[in-house]
Design a protein around this ligand. Structure first.
Ligand code: ZN
Length: 96
């Protein structure tokens, strides 16, 4: 999937890329046939509280149901980067 394909799907967020670990799959989602489009959102980030560069701390997967195409529901499965502030007693926040 390239940027042209992402644009055709209506995905405007430049931080979303095709997930290199997963390929699109057809599954049943809430009793309907669905195409799962796997995307990855990762970037570097500064702590909103203390301003330090945050460490990457795993991913959280969310599903967003898009409009159907070709009679099949499109489900965007997005692995979103989670962040944690570097060791600091004042700022133990986890941010997605
Ligand atoms: Zn912080």
């Amino acid at each position: 999937m390239d940027n042209c394909t992402l644009d055709r799907l209506g995905i405007k967020d430049p931080r979303l890329i095709e997930d290199p670990k997963l390929e699109d799959q057809y599954k049943i989602y809430h009793n309907q046939p669905a195409r799962f489009i796997h995307l990855l959102q990762t970037y570097s980030c500064l702590c909103p509280k203390c301003g330090q560069t945050m460490r990457k701390n795993g991913f959280k997967t969310v599903h967003i149901v898009g409009l159907p195409s070709g009679g099949v529901l499109n489900v965007f499965s997005i692995r979103k980067q989670k962040f944690i502030c570097p060791d600091s007693p004042d700022c133990p926040k986890i941010v997605t």
